[in-house]
Design a protein around this ligand. Structure first.
Ligand SMILES: Cc1ncc(COP(=O)(O)O)c(C=O)c1O
Length: 364
């Protein structure tokens, strides 16, 4: 028997295409793209084609061989950041966080690792040490030492930085698991100011908010931040497991310092490259337009108390999220409940017509 750690829908999936999930109980609309993974929708034909064509050649090579698409993907990610550096590939978001933590541990021997209240960085023991939610963290304490959670408040950060040495600071600019909560702009400014003054390693977690989701290549670009490390997961593998940690202007790992048997999986790289090749400035503009359209539509619904929108990453506040989820299910719409209400993470290529379809079904 599998570990009972999730509560899946009572649905048997037959196939999934675009935003549609075909099941034994009918066709449902997926408003959260497999939790922010299927950013071109389910079974996007070019992605399927890339997967099939790569698997016909090989499924896994090990790190004794370099798949030719890997350096292309690394360069594409660096281009999105506008900087130079190197990319360490892994299999998931939490592994991307672990690589960032190891880099901080190696490059800064002393100091506290700062994260913020509401942040989520993963569930492996290092990443969990800087993930705020007590419900998921406390049962596993003690975890990494010298970690601290600060409120999303520039004065608290200033005070902490004046009394302590900071080795690394993790920011999730748009807190996804907390219900799509953008951090205050003055906090981001203070982070940059202190980063220049104190020289700690600044990590932006783009695992959920990155790769076009917010209408920028990365969400930190909407805040004018200049990170040293960017962590990526979820959609980067086009639906297959892949993570990446971008190190800008430094290379913390020497030969043999860190590694993975599987990563980067060559099929995931092929699938992910199809997605990355779609992210152009025109595509990002469309994401912003669709985000506005969806959030304006949501704000007119009776059950919505507040809408927080950054591109196609949208949180809708509501008094009774479980009831809303149940009602939507009756209309064959799948909604994702997070601590801040309902989280919308639709595919980035969703059409205006599909948005209308979702909105009209959840207008109750
Ligand atoms: C912001 C953020 N960081 C890290 C993670 C961890 O990623 P994974 O579940 O792939 O380990 C997630 C997953 O939801 C996330 O949203």
């Amino acid at each position: 028997m599998e570990a009972k750690i999730y509560s899946p829908y009572d649905l048997t999936v037959e196939k999934a295409e675009g935003i549609r999930i075909h099941t034994d109980k009918g066709i449902f609309l997926d408003t959260f793209a497999g939790i922010g993974v299927m950013n071109l929708g389910h079974s996007y034909p070019e992605v399927v084609e890339a997967i099939v064509s790569k698997v016909r050649k090989y499924a896994h090579l090990s790190n004794y061989f370099l798949d030719p698409e890997v350096p292309v993907m690394a360069q594409t990610l660096l281009n999105f950041s506008g900087g130079q550096g190197c990319v360490y590939f892994s299999n998931s978001g939490t592994e991307a966080t672990e690589a960032a933590l190891k880099a901080i541990k190696k490059c800064r021997k002393k100091g506290k690792i700062v994260s913020f209240k509401g942040n989520f960085h993963g569930r492996t023991t290092g990443a969990l040490s800087i993930t705020h939610s007590e419900k998921i963290r406390l049962p596993f304490e003690p975890l990494l030492p010298d970690t601290v959670f600060l409120p999303l408040d520039e004065n608290a950060l200033r005070k902490f930085a004046s009394e302590n040495t900071i080795s690394g600071l993790f920011l999730e600019c748009i807190q996804g698991n907390s219900g799509v909560l953008p951090i205050p702009h003055d906090l981001a400014q203070t982070v940059m100011e202190l980063h220049k003054e104190k020289g700690f390693i600044l990590v932006t977690d783009e695992i959920q908010a990155g790769l076009g989701r917010t209408g920028n290549y990365f969400s930190y670009q909407g805040y004018g931040l200049e990170p040293d490390i960017i962590t990526i997961g979820k959609s980067i593998g086009g639906g297959l497991p892949l993570g990446a940690t971008i190190f800008l202007n430094f290379a913390p790992f020497d030969m043999g310092d860190h590694g993975s048997t599987f990563a980067p999986n060559p099929i995931a790289v092929s699938a992910g490259m199809v997605f990355l090749s779609k992210i152009t400035s025109v595509f990002l503009e469309e994401v912003r337009r669709k985000g506005k359209y969806l959030s304006e539509g949501l704000s007119k619904l009776k059950w919505v108390t507040e809408v927080r929108e950054r591109g196609l990453m949208i949180g809708a506040g509501t008094e009774n999220p479980d009831m809303v989820k149940k009602r939507a299910f009756e209309e064959k719409v799948l909604l994702n409940v997070t601590s801040g209400g309902i989280r919308f993470l639709p595919p980035l290529n969703i059409t205006f017509q599909e948005i209308d379809d979702i909105l009209s079904r959840i207008d109750f």
